[in-house]
Design a protein around this ligand. Structure first.
Ligand SMILES: Cc1ncc(COP(=O)(O)O)c(C=O)c1O
Length: 384
């Protein structure tokens, strides 16, 4: 007997963890005011870049004395430029609990060849945050996008730290409360929580991070796209919209549209509430179905953006094949696109719950999860 398909479908099946769903109000004609074919250094281009910076400050509540820059190569570019420009001045502690954090560990150990203290945890867990030494510079990911595990808050970060904190917040910014006083360098990309376009990253610097940049020269060479200082002084222009190299003015316009939408739903508070409501639908589903569970071991660390799920039913023979088949059924039905677990993560599903996703769509997806699971169990039994 093939389980019957549910009656309702999500209006928007886009649950990818990046690029993420565009804001619900998005349409291409919203970009008609883009400064296309114009120099990004002309007044119109510069004004839009400055608007992107100041609107980011306003929506995220970033303090006035923090610098915000638009940089090349998305979040990866922003994290790399921070690490290559600032690390090496003192000890380094690297925290990692999933694929992206592990990537930063590998860069610091193998490329920069720094003798870092590495604190790692398996998928589903966090390293022991109470054991972090803040005499070191500390590099970590706020929300591990591929395990769906986030730090619960910033209470573990020392107020009187000697080192800098460098935080990859790409799947956290605009969905989680980031305590700016605890963060010296924060990075994220446009393609994530606000559903912007890829290619550009944001770097947010505290006054202490600026001080490091102006007083420390790393032992290794820095390519032009990583350089934030000239002659021992911060290049202020980068933080006022005079980007290091040429940005896409179409992507800039798209980010401005996303920021406008963010304001229209109540700014950061509204965005966080939307993500929380979306994630809760899935948390509740897991609580009432014994064959599926959150990958995060501790409820306090469950992501409200990249919700990662594992199948826990004893009847499943090949976990990876099963999870893939469920994701494929959902995709074939057109009810959930791109929800397979990340390639390096444990088998399962990952459903994006950031604010651009509508709660009604997550609700509509849940019966389909039930359907796809049961259909696959049945298919597996028949094949046996
Ligand atoms: C935590 C984290 N860091 C870095 C990246 C890389 O982002 P980008 O491709 O925008 O550089 C991602 C993308 O998914 C991510 O989730």
């Amino acid at each position: 007997m093939v389980t019957e398909t549910p009656a309702t479908r999500p209006a928007n099946p886009r649950f990818s963890s990046g690029p993420c769903a565009k804001p619900p109000v998005f349409s291409l004609d919203k970009l008609s005011d883009a400064a296309l074919g114009r120099s990004h250094r002309a007044a119109v281009g510069k004004a839009k870049l400055k608007d992107a910076i100041e609107s980011t400050r306003e929506v995220l509540g970033i303090p006035a004395d923090y610098k915000i820059g638009i940089v090349p190569a998305s979040d990866t570019g922003a994290v790399e430029m921070a690490m290559w420009s600032m690390l090496g001045a003192r000890g380094v502690t690297m925290l990692a609990w999933e694929s992206f954090g592990s990537g930063w560990v590998s860069d610091v150990a193998k490329q920069l060849k720094l003798d870092a203290t590495i604190m790692e945890a398996d998928y589903g867990q966090l390293p022991d945050l109470s054991a972090v030494n803040f005499a070191d510079d500390v590099v970590f990911t706020w929300n591990g996008t591929t395990s769906g595990v986030r730090v619960p808050n910033g209470d573990w970060i020392a107020d009187d730290r000697e080192g800098l904190t460098i935080c990859d917040a790409t799947s956290a910014a605009f969905a989680m409360d980031l305590p700016w006083d605890k963060l010296d360098v924060t990075t994220f990309s446009w393609q994530k929580v606000l559903g912007g376009e890829a290619a550009h990253g944001m770097i947010v610097l505290s006054p202490r991070a600026v001080e490091r940049l102006e007083n420390y020269t790393p032992a290794w060479p820095l390519p032009k796209i990583f350089r934030m200082t000239k002659g021992g002084k911060l290049i202020e222009g980068i933080f006022e919209g005079a980007t290091i190299n040429t940005p896409s003015m179409l992507a800039v316009e798209d980010y401005l549209v996303a920021l406008d939408w963010a304001r229209s739903v109540g700014g950061l508070k509204g965005l966080m509430a939307r993500a929380d409501a979306n994630a809760k639908v899935i948390f509740d589903f897991c609580d009432t179905h014994d064959w599926i569970a959150n990958l995060a071991d501790d409820d306090a660390t469950r992501s409200n953006t990249s919700v990662c799920l594992k199948f826990t039913d004893d009847r499943i023979k090949d976990g990876a094949a099963f999870a893939k088949a469920v994701a494929k059924r959902l995709e074939t039905e057109g009810v959930a696109l791109d929800v397979g677990a990340y390639r390096d993560a444990p088998a399962g599903l990952r459903i994006w719950c950031g604010g651009t996703v509508e709660t009604s769509d997550v609700e509509a997806l849940m019966p389909w999860l039930d359907w796809a699971f049961n259909a696959e169990i049945e298919a597996q039994t028949e094949a046996a």
